[in-house]
Design a binder for this molecule. Structure first.
Ligand code: PNW
Length: 582
């Protein structure tokens, strides 16, 4: 009688015996928390579908332990990770689970997703999907300088940074990295560190010094030249239309508190799409709604390692809840209107979407009930931004918590806000919180970071690499996103030049490696992440932290404008070149 794949697997090999098995040829596989650098394996020549997957504990699914190495013959395998829980499962249990729920239960019903063949074949390797965009990111105010050149208007960041006491080291972005003049060298540098894509932002007041009305041709020309330079270096340009530098003139008229600003933004977005979409195929509408709205119009407090950190950005307002909710509403409305404008005025095939620093609830324990709790928490934490953009309605919890302070809307607002996007961009630095399931409504509870929970150099930067798995994973499970980009990920470090002239930023390499392991885990499970943009391509003006907080993989000496790639740039380059962790 013809045996099923599952029977084959089970009779061929008791689970507990896997680590001892050997085979003569085939591909090396590795996955799970450890990798076994030897080619172990077993009998070959069997036909077993590579999609045979069954659950383990911990919310993960394993392809276990077979992999089809091509054609009809199954050649190999080694699966070094036999967790005690898996080993305890009886063969009958395994067979039963595998036949009944090959692809589902492990990650919890909440997040079970079908996987592509490509994803299944990458499970157990460290490879990223073919054609993955390995990118680096920056933003206009943080690097360009030339604050008053070629007709640029003032932005709220020019004003804010020049306000006494706002920036930690008393600096501002007037000159910053002088990228406005050094962009050609910077593009060469990007090419030399192996970047395949570059996410930069366009300064709205460089294009429209008055926020609306007459465009400034010299402003447009700068970005046009930058894009040509990128394309010549075979680097794909990804443009962000708003990275917080609102024209000051518009702030004077109420800024994001005014509905008129949403229209002005859409006009500017449409203009950029019209002028640049012959060469720019990907536009991000706005960067970090949560940051520029909540941190800019109220200020937020973040709990880190036993303490509390307050974070504020321009324009540094302290609004009451009703006014804050209105600004939130205007920000997503501006996004939706800009999506419509890009569709109307950009070339066919121009793609766009937001770049949000998604608030991410990470399940402290990866079992189905806690994963489900994390999913619900993530949906609520993002109610004012990604959730309304991708669902077309505010959650009941958000509206009832806001009560009389809920945003005032016009008839079509929700439809505009949820204009279909081509991708979801997410900036991921840290878990917002860890959560556990709770028997009490809303079904989850936050677990505070312990006092000794490790952090990176920035005051707010709690370490939690698994956020880079759960953020895209939950974006997929909650909103069925077809394309996801990690629009920012990285960390600041206390970088110092060593005697040999190099910068050995071991903490950054550690951070990136651990984050990318988690991202790869997501892609291997079929989460459609298409690109990763490391923040940042080079050290730059880190907002209220000034120049002391270095986020780059390239070191910048601000006195001489000399750029020196750090050891993390070598790590990035090797990883991008091999399309797998280096
Ligand atoms: C982002 N937090 O900001 C911005 O998009 C970048 O411009 C910035 O330089 C980069 O991340 C590093 O800070 C953030 O408190 C600001 O979690 C605050 C937080 C995260 C990101």
């Amino acid at each position: 009688m013809h045996k099923t794949a599952v029977e084959n697997r089970v009779t061929a090999m008791p689970i507990t015996a896997i680590p001892e098995m050997r085979c003569e040829h085939g591909v090396l596989l590795s996955f799970g928390p450890r990798q076994l650098p030897s080619q172990t394996g077993l009998e070959h020549g069997r036909t077993i579908p590579s999609a045979d997957i069954y659950p383990s504990q911990g919310g993960r699914t394993l392809v276990y332990p077979w992999l089809r190495s091509g054609g009809e013959a199954m050649k190999t395998l080694c699966e070094p990770w036999s967790s005690p829980m898996v080993a305890e499962l009886t063969r009958r249990q395994i067979a039963k689970t595998a036949t009944s729920a090959a692809v589902s239960a492990a990650a919890g019903e909440a997040v079970a997703q079908p996987r592509s063949k490509d994803a299944v074949q990458r499970l157990g390797t460290q490879a990223f999907p073919n054609g993955f965009y390995w990118g680096v990111a920056t933003s206009a105010y943080q690097i360009e300088g030339a604050a008053n050149e070629d007709g640029k208007g003032k932005s709220i960041w020019d004003t804010y940074a020049h306000t006494q006491g706002k920036i930690k080291d008393g600096s501002n972005g007037d000159i910053a990295n002088d990228h406005y003049h050094l962009y050609k060298e910077d593009v060469k540098l990007m090419a030399s560190i192996g970047a395949k894509a570059y996410r930069f932002s366009i300064s709205w007041p460089r294009i429209f010094p008055e926020g609306t009305g007459q465009p400034n041709p010299k402003g447009l020309d700068f970005y046009s030249r930058l894009i040509d330079e990128l394309l010549a270096a075979r680097i794909a340009p990804f443009a962000t239309l708003y990275h917080w530098d609102l024209p000051q003139v518009l702030q004077n008229k109420g800024g994001w508190q005014s509905r008129d600003t949403t229209k002005a933004f859409a006009d500017y977005a449409g203009y950029m799409a019209e002028k640049l979409s012959d060469r720019v195929k990907h536009f991000f509408t706005m960067n970090e709604f949560y940051t520029f709205v909540d941190m800019g119009h109220r200020g937020i407090e973040s709990k880190v390692g036993g303490g509390t950190v307050t974070i504020e950005v321009a324009p540094g307002l302290k609004l009451e809840p009703a006014a804050l909710n209105q600004v939130r509403h205007h920000s997503v409305l501006a996004h939706g209107l800009s999506v419509q404008a890009i569709r109307a005025r950009g070339r066919k095939g121009t793609k766009c979407g937001p770049a949000e620093n998604i608030n991410i609830a990470v399940p402290l324990i990866e079992t189905p009930e806690h994963i489900k709790a994390a999913e619900s928490a993530t949906r609520e934490l993002n109610a004012a931004y990604l959730t309304v953009m991708l669902e077309g309605r505010y959650t009941d919890t958000y509206l009832s918590a806001a009560g009389r302070d809920a945003p005032k809307m016009e008839a079509d607002d929700l439809k505009i806000i949820s204009a279909p996007v081509d991708f979801v961009g997410i900036n991921v630095y840290r878990p917002t919180m860890y959560v556990l399931a709770s028997p009490v409504a809303p079904g989850y509870r936050a677990v505070a970071f312990s006092a000794s929970h490790p952090k990176m150099f920035s005051s707010w930067h709690v370490l939690g690499p698994e956020a880079l798995y759960w953020a895209p994973k939950l974006v997929q499970s909650l909103w069925k996103a077809k394309e996801i980009h990690i629009t920012e990920n990285g960390c600041a470090a206390d970088d110092k030049l060593a005697d040999d002239g190099n910068i050995y930023d071991t903490d950054r390499v550690m951070f990136l490696r651990n984050n990318l392991v988690q991202l790869q885990r997501a892609t291997a499970e079929g989460v459609p992440v298409k690109g990763y943009f490391l923040w940042s391509m080079m050290d730059n003006f880190e907002w209220t932290a000034g120049f002391e907080n270095r986020f780059g993989i390239v070191y910048v000496d601000y006195k001489t404008q000399k750029r020196t790639p750090k050891i993390s740039a070598s790590f990035f380059k090797a990883t991008a070149a091999h399309n797998q962790l280096a």
